[in-house]
Design a protein around this ligand. Structure first.
Ligand code: NAD
Length: 481
């Protein structure tokens, strides 16, 4: 059987790249999903030029036209959720229910922003001067570059593309090299909508070449990025140097505090869900369990018991709880973090080893460390895999201090029956998102998403707050006479 080939989408045309890259299933490396075009710098510049040419027409579109495009995309994603969810699980390795769930989420995001296109408005205020009217209106920013990571192959593209288009911008999207399949499918759906030619472009290819051009091109007025801290920091500096608008969502080292008075079942569920599901490859995954002494031993025993029951296997197999790690490089990185933690004196109470299954894939059992301190590398560096460690603390005050003792601030959780502790934690947790008696991962699609400190830069994504990044404000003064 010949391997299917997939092209870039530039100025309304499907265009081959100067090279292609195989999309490999991490559950079965013999399964090649397709050969995906790799754009070069000239193609990146052509896509940006196309988006620039299309900008006036799309900026002039009516809210109804924008609604119709976004609503149609949402409806098609919903109708094809099983097929696209399966593709997602095949290329990224999260389980099939997780893949379908993520596709539904992407559909809902398109539908939400279809509505936002209708609601998008400004303000009229009385002037402080007599006989003057003041009006604040919102306008598109122009061409936006959207650069996305591999761990949410359809939801993250959706939560950038949908608001960008809803607020009248034109788009160049570059997915991560490991997951071009879902992005290509989304581009194909967008290619059949009533968008003007060139209003949406897909560029697949390496970040160092395609991504860098999308950051540096003068015609690009805004860049939204989700990915690693190292890439994000470089990109923020490059965008700031030429005064382009920039928004970056980066890493996390999200704490989950468990207090003595917690419901043990709730705490164990929150911990296991957020640290290990989706193979721990979520920026909101909790990887530090901060546990007070009275519940520590029971919590550790219950988490380890639960981990023993979880099935690590092919993402598409019924009954799999945890799919493979995304690729060989990420697996090697996870194992290096595990070895480093052991070397630092942490005690591995469960998992962390590579396991073999029927198909060749990157299978790793979830790892749980105890006897760790918050100063160890395992408590400070993002692993981005199914690895978590427990830090034992004396009381709530120490738990809060340890939770906040990190360079990151994305999501922060607490399990407790105390209203006082929960309220105090909501107020003092240094994070963009706070969870009480819930996993740190798993968020709604209609409210803002993002972090503080080293995790995020720029305005929030998602919900009504997305308008802040994807539109710009004009204040008009009119002498009413
Ligand atoms: P990455 O930084 O390697 O890549 C992200 C994207 O940036 C890819 O599309 C890549 O091709 C591109 N890129 C790479 N170099 C570039 C450059 N010089 N210029 C422009 N673009 C470039 O990250 P990844 O490995 O794909 O994703 C994993 C990381 O993403 C993790 O660290 C995780 O925490 C983070 N993440 C954060 C969030 C969040 O919302 N905070 C969500 C998901 C993932």
């Amino acid at each position: 059987m010949t391997t299917p080939r997939f092209h870039n989408f530039i100025d309304g045309q499907w265009v081959a790249g100067d090279a292609s890259r195989p999309n490999v299933n991490p559950s079965d490396t013999n399964d090649i999903i397709g050969e995906y075009a790799q754009a070069d710098e000239a193609q990146a510049l052509a896509a940006i030029a196309a988006a620039e040419s299309a900008a006036p027409a799309w900026a002039a579109s009516t809210p109804q036209q924008r609604f119709d495009v976004l609503d149609a995309v949402g409806s098609e994603l919903l109708a094809r959720k099983d097929e696209i969810g399966r593709l997602l699980s095949r290329e990224e390795g999260k389980t099939l229910p997780e893949g379908i769930g993520e596709t539904v989420r992407a559909a809902m995001i398109f539908k939400f922003f279809a509505g936002e296109a209708l609601r998008h408005g400004g303000e009229a205020l009385p002037s402080v001067r007599p006989g003057v009217d003041v009006e604040i209106t919102r306008h598109p920013v122009g061409v936006v570059s959207l650069i996305t990571p591999w761990n949410f192959p359809i939801a993250i593209p959706a939560w950038k593309i949908a608001p960008a288009l809803a607020f009248g911008n034109t788009v160049v999207h570059k997915p991560a090299e490991l997951v071009p399949g879902c992005a290509w499918t989304l581009a194909e759906i967008l290619s059949r909508t009533a968008l003007p030619r060139g209003a949406f472009n897909l560029l697949m290819g390496p970040g160092s070449r395609v991504g860098a051009t999308m950051v540096d091109a003068p015609a690009v007025r805004a860049i939204s990025f989700t990915g690693s801290v190292a890439t994000g920091r470089r990109l923020i500096a490059a965008a700031a140097a030429r005064q382009a608008k920039v928004q970056a969502e980066m890493g996390g080292k999200n704490p989950l505090v468990v207090l003595d008075d917690a419901d043990l079942g709730v705490a164990v569920n929150a911990a296991v869900q957020s640290a290990y599901f989706s193979t721990g490859q979520r920026c909101t995954a909790s990887s530090r369990f901060i546990v007070t002494a009275g519940i520590h031993d029971a919590f550790v025993a219950a988490v380890a018991d639960k981990l023993r029951t979880l099935k690590v296997d092919h993402a598409l197999k019924a009954g799999t709880d945890i799919g493979p790690v995304v690729d060989a490089r990420q697996l090697a990185s996870n194992l290096a973090h595990i070895e480093r933690a052991k070397g630092d004196g942490a005690e591995l109470v469960f998992g962390g080893d590579v396991v073999e299954r029927e198909t060749p894939g990157f299978y790793q059992r979830p790892a749980l460390f105890v006897n760790t301190t918050n100063a160890m590398a395992i408590s400070r560096e993002e692993v981005f895999g199914p690895v978590a460690n427990v830090v034992r603390v004396a009381d709530y005050d120490e738990a809060l201090a340890v939770a906040n003792d990190t360079e990151f601030g994305l999501s922060s959780g607490i399990c407790t029956r105390s209203l006082k502790a929960a309220a105090n934690f909501r107020r003092h947790a240094q994070a963009g998102m706070v969870m009480v008696n819930l996993p740190t991962a798993g968020v709604d699609y209609h409210v803002p998403f993002g972090g503080t400190k080293g995790s995020s830069h720029g305005p929030r994504e998602q919900g009504a707050y997305a308008a802040e990044f994807y539109s710009t404000v004009k204040t008009s003064y009119v002498a009413a006479g």
